[in-house]
Ligand binder design. Structure first.
Ligand SMILES: [Zn+2]
Ligand SMILES: [Zn+2]
Length: 499
């Protein structure tokens, strides 16, 4: 098919040979008059299409959809029908879609379909939409036959599928004051034309809701969490003994699982369980998924500015909750074990951002030594480790199903205080993926160099805090990943004064 879309077959095409005789500059400047004969050829094609049987204006206009931007196919069809009637001096007869052999009436149901879609979306918050259509195979075959009977290319002009998508979509947009988005709409309505009888729909002006499947795409809330207590996993962790059921089989049937005490979880709560219910409820969604920018050990706290996360809400009926109010609600309910900050409405891309963006980490560790250490030895050891690239073989404590390999990670900065000959605090900033506990202990020689190795005494992290997670090249929080304005200082002031 040519890019002009409309290509009459079985006719030598004078237009193109004329074009090719002209110099490129003339063509570029668009000084050509309308190609000769083309109007007559269109009339001929329209006349032939009309001779295939009774067809409606939309179906007559659709093969010419590439012409005259700004017209609907029905307007093209009506104009062609008028032109043929005038040229042939025949009585003008309009045709209703109900009588059309090609669409079998579907081209008259755009309003009814759009109203059903809007009804289905009445309780749903959305700013963008897309309409998709399944066209019955028999109707698609009619479209092909129509063109074949008229000697046209089998796919010239526009398909019925595209026309329904556009015409119904246009109506949905106008009725709901929303915009079409072909990339990632808030809602997607899929119309199955086979799901209703077009003649009944024309009669009643409605379409059964069974023919319309409304999908609501997820919505996303970004934030940073702090974990102020140890032994809280980031995400929900089902009990490994009962698989999360909370029960086990006793002599007399099911009893509470001994391992988890019947809760079904390894730990009482998780950051995910603290955050998720509030976000899902505020967005009136069906369920939620927590995505963290990496994770700290269960026994490590997450302090200072916290760790970025995104909560993904499935099938949200509300897309614009107030992030400041949501933040207060989560923090009140979490009662100090977990805190969230900087909540904002985020784009879909933010999920990949938090999961993939390279981030360095800041840590604070309490360290115990097996033998007394002198202050100058300690300081010298830290100085030796600062800026070093460390070889770390997969630690023993890490999942054994994971293939062992040696990773290189850089210690950007490290310093610390020796509190007693056998106790120290170490603070460090390291490349993402650096195993800190092993940097201190050497993990039986699997990490080289290490603090224990340099000091030639056993060393162990007794308490670990993550004190910062920051993007290596640029911050996580770029405005392009947000759908709302940043929370202002004014919100904070309001919170303070009303508390
Ligand atoms: Zn039709
Ligand atoms: Zn259990």
């Amino acid at each position: 098919m040519s890019k002009h879309g409309y290509v009459p077959r079985a006719r030598p095409d004078a237009r193109y040979s004329l074009h090719s005789r002209l110099t490129p500059s003339l063509r570029r400047e668009n000084v050509l008059p309308a190609p000769p004969h083309s109007r007559d050829m269109i009339t001929d094609d329209a006349r032939t299409l009309l001779s295939t049987g009774t067809i409606c204006d939309s179906c007559l206009g659709r093969p010419f959809a590439a012409r005259s931007f700004g017209l609907t196919n029905a307007e093209r069809g009506q104009a062609l029908r008028t032109t043929v009637a005038l040229a042939d001096d025949e009585d003008f007869e309009s045709t209703e879609p109900a009588d059309c052999w090609v669409c079998e009436g579907y081209c008259g149901t755009f309003d009814a379909i759009a109203e059903t879609i809007v009804d289905e979306l009445v309780d749903v918050d959305f700013a963008t939409y897309q309409v998709g259509t399944r066209v019955p195979p028999l109707v698609e075959e009619n479209e092909r036959l129509l063109r074949e009977d008229a000697g046209l290319e089998p796919d010239v002009g526009e398909s019925m599928k595209r026309e329904v998508n556009r015409e119904v979509g246009r109506r949905v947009g106008a009725m709901t004051d929303t915009d079409v988005d072909f990339d990632r709409p808030d809602v997607l309505a899929v119309v199955d034309l086979e799901g209703f009888d077009p003649l009944e729909a024309l009669e009643s002006g409605t379409v059964t809701s069974h023919a319309v499947d409304v999908q609501i795409n997820p919505a996303f809330v970004y934030g940073r969490y702090r974990k102020l207590e140890r032994d809280i996993p980031q995400t929900e962790w089902p009990c490994r003994e009962c698989g999360g059921s909370g029960v086990q089989l006793g002599d007399d049937g099911e009893v509470d699982c001994e391992y988890c005490g019947g809760s079904g979880y390894m730990y009482d709560t998780s950051v995910e369980q603290v955050v998720r219910p509030h976000v899902v409820e505020a967005m009136d969604g069906d369920e939620g998924t927590f995505h963290g920018a990496g994770r700290e050990d269960v026994d490590a706290r997450m302090l200072e500015d916290g760790r970025p996360f995104v909560l993904e809400v499935k099938r949200p009926r509300i897309r614009d909750p107030d992030p400041a109010a949501l933040e207060r609600e989560i923090n009140d309910a979490a009662a100090g074990a977990v805190e969230v900050e900087g909540l904002r409405l985020a784009t879909y891309e933010m999920v990949e951002r938090v999961k993939e963006h390279d981030a360095s980490k800041h840590y604070r560790a309490d360290v115990a030594f097996a033998e007394p250490v002198e202050k100058d030895e300690f300081d010298a050891a830290l100085a030796e480790l600062e800026g070093t690239t460390v070889d770390q073989y997969t630690p023993e404590r890490v999942d054994h199903r994971r293939a062992g390999l040696t990773r290189e990670r850089t210690v950007y900065e490290i310093d610390g205080d020796l509190h007693s000959p056998t106790e120290a605090e170490v603070r460090l900033h390291g490349e993402g993926g650096l195993y800190v506990k092993e940097l201190i202990s050497s993990d039986n020689g699997r990490t080289e160099p290490s603090l224990a190795g340099v000091l030639e005494t056993d060393a162990e992290v007794t308490a670990l805090d993550v004190t910062g997670v920051e993007g290596e090249d640029e911050p996580f929080e770029l405005e392009a990943y947000f759908r709302d304005e940043p929370q202002t200082d004014r919100d904070d002031e309001l919170t303070e004064t009303t508390d």
